[in-house]
Design a binder for this molecule. Sequence first.
Ligand code: G3I
Length: 618
Amino acid sequence: MKSAFNKMLGATMILGASFFAQGALAQSANCSYSISNEWNTGATGAITITNTSTTAINGWTVGWQYATNRLSSSWNANVSGSNPYSATNLGWNGSISPGQSVSFGFQIDKRGGSAERPTITGSICGGATSSVATTSSSVPASSAPASSVPASSSSVAVSSARSSVASSVTTGQQCNWYGTLYPLCATTQSGWGYENNKSCISRATCTSQPAPYGVVGGASSAALSSSSVASSSSVASSLALSSSSIPSSSSTPSSVARSSSSVAVSSSSIASSSIASSVASSVNGVSLKALADFPIGVAVRAGSEADSILNSAQQKAVLVQHFDQITAENIMKMSYVHPSEATFSFANADALIEFARQNGASVHAHALIWHEDYQVPSFMKSYSGDFPAMLKTHVQTIASHFSGKVVSWDVVNEAIAENSDSSAVNGFRNSVFYQKMGVNFIDQAFIWADEADPVADLYYNDFNTETNDAKTTRLLALIDGMKTRGVPIDGVGFQMHVLPDWPSIANIEASFRAVAQRGLKVKITELDVRVNNKYNSSAPVYTSLTPAAAAAQSERYRQIVAAYLRAVPAAQRGGITVWGMWDAQSWFAKDPDWPLLFDNSFQPKPALQGFANGLTGQ
Ligand code: G3I
């Protein structure tokens, strides 16, 4: 079980009748429970609260109870209790405007029964309560939705997604963009737009997608144009997103998610936007961290940096929803924590680590030794004393300070030379560390770090090592030598600042596999996927993130994540960290490029969907 649920349980809540008092009076909502995917032993789903009143809902609490099933994890709400359960909003999803929906997701253990669809209670649910079965016909017959709907619910099985859309959708339309919902632009005529402080997609661009994607919801969907049929099948594919906390071995095949032939809608009292809000609920319910049994990390800024996550509610919300590990993009580098020989400066890093702890994220620390000129403290560059002793003090003072607070370290970063490096020595970068200590500085750094922090995983980290070429060969020779010498290395970090078409997935996979076969952990430490390849004059040049570029990038993310899962055994997965949260934060933003998972409004890009699909094996 993911720890997120335990953390949520830790946020103790008061149960009882008075508990549901908030949000009563003039406010009313349709509270629905839906199953988005089901397999032999469990299921995933979402609870959606749709504000059917004319005033905003500010804060909500709902409750439900199973006969046999039990929750095994949840996301996007504070859930407490152990049947009955109750859930309250998080800081960022408590407010629901009239006509809008909020949803949170969960996974259940069926405990030998079928997937139940309990009634949702709570004074906020003054409108209708409902249960919605959205599993498809390829779910095993023993758990077919129609037969598993409790007799008490007024369910009506509708055998076609097409007719369920027609019968239920009357609210505004959205664009299902390769499985992620975006607002349709009101005024932008083509491409992507930015309206009402959000990214949006023009109708023309949205409808230019291949089936099954396109415009979903709204009155025109009910007209049952061919695109609305496509939309209904995309409902199923989107729904699959929230199901991937299912272990891949037991998950239903993607055909379940993609099938649209038999969507059962189990309540006649579903709000008019049921299908649209089901899509929205499952897409909004995606949580990358809930889909993986290994850390999903993000590089963040803090301290005196612009865009510190400590001052950004938006970043914090994205962090809490999707990531359970952070790396300081900069503030734990050498010059930040050890600016002069006698000065160690830990306050900013300590504050970030405490912030991570409070938000359910562990810390992968970066980096004890890095050659980069402007990150090597000036005093080290001109050091005339005992260099190894000085470096040992550096490593051990820092590693000791953070011992118990970080789970892993990039101990040495980028020591292997690039293939094109004419100043390389024996295949290594001719850094100040190499000049002073030869290649021995690498072994020593790991030995010192291990003495200071015997618990943290210790990684060698580098870029362009996922190429399966000469640099990868030098990497393998280095780690083979370290293992032979008994150096305490736990894993290899692949930075993975990749181009849209390079390295090939086959080479990436082979590189991961070669390290994994040596018994080491493999961690993707700095993932970003550019849409431009400025080194290839025949590659397309994007001056904005066009739909085609976004779709290709999404697919590239999917393939990389899938390759990681194929090549690295579960016990050796150190995790995947993306190098920044939103596009403008990327070190490639100025190129220009758009390499990350969220746009500049912190809205998920198709890339997020690709990442999620990679995790779920779709
Ligand atoms: O915060 C200061 C700001 O106060 C000042 O006005 C401004 C002026 O240049 O600089 C700001 O600091 C910059 C910092 O990023 C934060 O934006 C530094 O100059 C700039 O050098 C620094 O760049 C970082 C770079 O490492 C060098 O440390 C990038 O953000 C960071 O993404 C990049 O990360 C590296 C990994 O550590 C190792 N692998 C490669 C990766 C990309 O280069």
